[in-house]
Structures are given as structure tokens and as C-alpha cells.
Ligand binder design. Structure first.
Ligand code: CTP
Length: 407
């Protein structure tokens, strides 16, 4: 799935060492199906050559408002009218100041000023030294351009080319790509607060052993990402998995089912949607040894007793806010057979309006899956696709079911 298919992006480079990242960004945008027109300021061309950017974008680079290649000699009009978005990366402190003032004395700021504001969004990826970033003049200018309709992306924190450490680094190309994709995603969950549980839980037997399962967390992480892209404020309570946190998502790491409940229950009371994708261990060892259980040489195996774990989904679904309809709860069912029958029964048992069934062995650890959505009116299949695609479809399905929405 090419996520930016059909999108035309004007990628503007202003002067800064982060220009080296723009080459990678240009490739990443094109790989996702976008067409990219590069426009560079004179200062940007000190850091990376137009030849490189031309080769990567497969289009001549523009750098001057006097460029005679345009028949009408108006590159600022032609380039800005074609764009689905203008992304300035890197956006230097000087360039922010130019935008704040509405300057038009070189091509890049000129075309930003000349763009039809209502249909050509302007995204800025600031990049500068930490002192420049923190300076009141820069912050004032950023506030001004945001008020004028630009979307100011975050900056990274870390080592800077000047040898200092702090805020002001340009986001990495992969992060910027995620931001651009999120920007174009319809905001179906705007104003919603979504809580997601994901991954397995790990129930300790002793300090070095425990019981867990094959859940990879991929589906839950994909749902958290899709919900955030759809405009929700997202909290992700994650069992032990090694997956990167989706951009803009607040992640809370837990290990056991009890920890997951302790993290999820209070947060669910702030949420409007709860999506329980976690493969929570149904039982935990009745006792946890403080020290490693040793073989005693007799050949005798230890006998493990179990107690049942709390059911996080059922607990949240029975809370007054969920019962009053202010918190929409979605459960998952990992089954090995008879999916529809088990999923329907589980929906009733857990007391949730929507239950999503899947075949456990066919999904754990995989990048794709197939889902069966069961609600009070019947069931619907989401055929096999990547977890990313399914997550987006599920978010759209949830959005239509929220109070005040209609399918
Ligand atoms: N779940 C939960 N807490 C538990 C067990 C399950 O929150 N202790 C949630 C899961 O996140 C999922 C749903 O309940 O959304 C169903 O999980 P599943 O393991 O399929 O069902 P179980 O309730 O464990 O039922 P069974 O083992 O009988 O299939």
C-alpha cells in the first residue's frame, strides 16, 4: 500500500546542515507514491547540491523566481498551484522569520506567500541550534506562522552539528514521513481519547522465569498509530514487546496482567474509546518465588498452582462510564476455531458493543491478518490485509459507531 499515492508535494529546503536528511526524506516520500518537486534557497544549496535533489526527485530543482523555464515566468504561481502540500524541511530560523513577515524576495518564501491557503497546507520541519530554537524571537515567529495557518512539526532533541546538545534538531526522515502521512489522514477520531492495550503479558514464576504467549503487539500498535493519525489523543498500555512507539502516542510499559489493569483502569476513565487488543494471560502462578527455583537432583518437577487474572476488558466495560455510553469498548478475540460463534458469545460475555475476532495462530507475529467484526446488528469480515490497513479500517468502523455518528 503506497500511502501517499497521488499526492504532489513541494519539498522546500532552506539553509541548514539538516539538508542532508532531506535527500532521504525525498526518497521516502517518493517510495510512498508521492511526486516531489524540490525548491531550494540559495543557502540550502550551500549544504546539498541541487544535482543530488534532482536525481532523487527525478525533476529539475527550482531555486530562483527568475527561472526562465516556466513559460509564464511565474514559478511561484505554477509550483504552488500544483501542490497538495508544501513541506519546508529543513525550515531554518531565518526562514520562519521570513514567513512570519510575509517576505517574498526569493522563490521559496514567495511561493509560500502565494499559495492558495485554503487548499495548499504548509508544513514546517524546524531545524536549528538549541539557542536559536529557544530564542524568544524564534518562538514568537513560530507562534505567528502557526496562527497564520502553517503546521509546525515538532523538533528532535539530541546532539547538534555545532557540538551542543538540546532541542532544535530536525525530525528524522522516517518521522517526517509519518507526520506527512498522518497529516493527510481524515480526522475521523478528532476530539476522541483512545486507550489501547497491546502485546502479551508476562507472569513471573521466579526472578528468571515466567509464562507468556506469542502475541507480538503489532495489531495493537498499528491501531494506536491509526487512531492517532485519525486525530485522537492516544495512550498505549503495552506488555513486553520490542516495537517502536508510534509518533505522538503516549506509551506505558507493563509486564503482568495486574500491572496492565492498574495502568489501564484509571486511564479508561479519562478515555472515550477503549480497545483491548492485548493477549492477557488468563492465569498467573499462584505464588512467585523470590529466588530462582533450583533442581534438587531428585528428578522431581515443581508443581505450579495458578490463579485467574483480572479481566481488564470486562472490568472496564462494566464501569459506569462505559455502561452510560461515554466510553466505547472494543474487545478482541483470539480463537483457534469456530470464530463467529466464539466471538459472538465473547461479545455478550464481556458486555462490549464491538468485538473483533481473529484466528490466533494465523495472526500472532504476522504482518497481516483477517478480522471478523461482531456487533449487536450482525457481523462483517475485513478480509486478509496488512495489520496497518486493517487498523485503519477498524478505526473507521469504530468512528461510525461512536455516539452521535452514523454509518
Ligand atoms: N482480556 C482482558 N483481560 C483478560 C483476558 C482478556 O482484557 N484477563 C481481553 C483481551 O484483550 C481481548 C478480550 O478480552 O480483548 C478477549 O481475550 P481472549 O483471550 O480471546 O478471551 P478470554 O477472555 O481469555 O476467553 P477464552 O480464553 O475463554 O477464549
Amino acid at each position: 500500500m503506497k500511502e501517499l499515492a497521488g499526492k504532489h508535494i513541494v519539498l522546500g529546503l532552506s539553509g541548514g546542515v539538516a539538508c542532508y536528511k532531506s535527500a532521504e526524506l525525498c526518497r521516502a516520500l517518493i517510495k510512498e507514491g508521492a511526486t516531489v518537486q524540490v525548491v531550494m534557497t540559495e543557502a540550502a544549496a550551500q549544504f546539498i547540491t541541487p544535482v543530488t535533489m534532482q536525481a532523487l526527485s527525478n525533476r529539475p530543482v527550482y531555486g530562483s523566481q527568475w527561472d526562465a523555464r516556466e513559460a509564464n515566468n511565474m514559478p511561484h504561481i505554477n509550483l504552488s498551484r500544483e501542490a497538495d502540500a508544501i513541506l519546508i524541511a529543513p525550515c531554518s530560523a531565518d526562514f520562519v522569520a521570513r514567513l512570519a513577515q510575509g517576505r517574498a524576495d526569493e522563490l521559496l518564501s514567495l511561493l509560500c506567500l502565494a499559495r492558495p491557503q485554503e487548499r495548499v497546507p504548509l508544513l514546517l520541519a524546524p531545524a536549528m541550534n538549541r539557542e536559536m530554537w529557544a530564542h524568544p524571537a524564534t518562538q514568537r515567529n513560530l507562534a505567528q506562522v502557526a496562527q497564520d495557518g502553517a503546521t509546525v512539526l515538532a523538533v528532535g532533541n539530541g546532539d547538534q552539528a555545532c557540538g551542543e546538545t538540546g532541542d532544535g534538531r530536525m525530525l528524522e526522515p522516517a518521522e517526517l514521513l509519518e507526520e506527512v502521512i498522518a497529516f493527510f489522514t481524515p480526522k475521523l477520531l478528532a476530539g476522541q481519547k483512545v486507550l489501547v492495550t497491546a502485546g502479551p503479558t508476562f507472569e513471573s514464576i521466579d526472578p528468571v522465569r515466567g509464562i507468556t504467549n506469542h502475541s507480538s503487539g503489532k495489531m495493537g500498535f498499528a491501531i494506536a498509530r491509526a487512531a492517532r493519525e485519525a486525530g485522537a489523543e492516544v495512550t498505549l498500555v503495552a506488555g513486553p514487546v520490542h516495537l517502536p512507539t508510534p509518533r505522538g502516542v503516549q506509551r506505558i510499559n507493563v509486564r503482568s496482567a495486574q500491572e496492565m489493569l492498574a495502568a489501564a483502569e484509571p486511564r479508561a476513565q479519562q478515555a472515550t474509546v477503549f480497545i483491548a487488543t492485548a493477549a492477557v494471560a488468563d492465569w498467573r502462578p499462584a505464588t512467585q518465588a523470590d529466588q530462582k527455583i533450583k533442581k534438587d537432583g531428585s528428578g522431581q518437577t515443581p508443581v505450579l498452582g495458578f490463579v485467574e487474572n483480572p479481566d481488564i476488558l470486562a472490568t472496564v466495560a462494566q464501569s459506569p462510564r462505559a455502561r452510560a455510553g461515554s466510553l466505547f469498548c472494543v474487545g478482541f478475540a483470539a480463537e483457534s476455531h469456530d470464530l463467529l460463534a466464539h466471538a459472538s458469545a465473547k461479545r455478550e460475555r464481556k458486555g462490549v458493543p464491538l468485538l473483533v475476532g481473529n484466528i490466533g495462530p494465523a495472526t500472532f507475529g504476522q504482518d497481516d491478518n483477517a478480522l471478523l467484526l461482531v456487533d449487536a446488528t450482525g457481523h462483517r469480515e475485513l478480509p486478509r490485509a496488512s495489520k496497518r490497513t486493517l487498523a485503519r479500517q477498524l478505526v473507521a468502523e469504530i468512528a461510525t459507531r461512536l455516539p452521535g455518528r452514523h454509518a
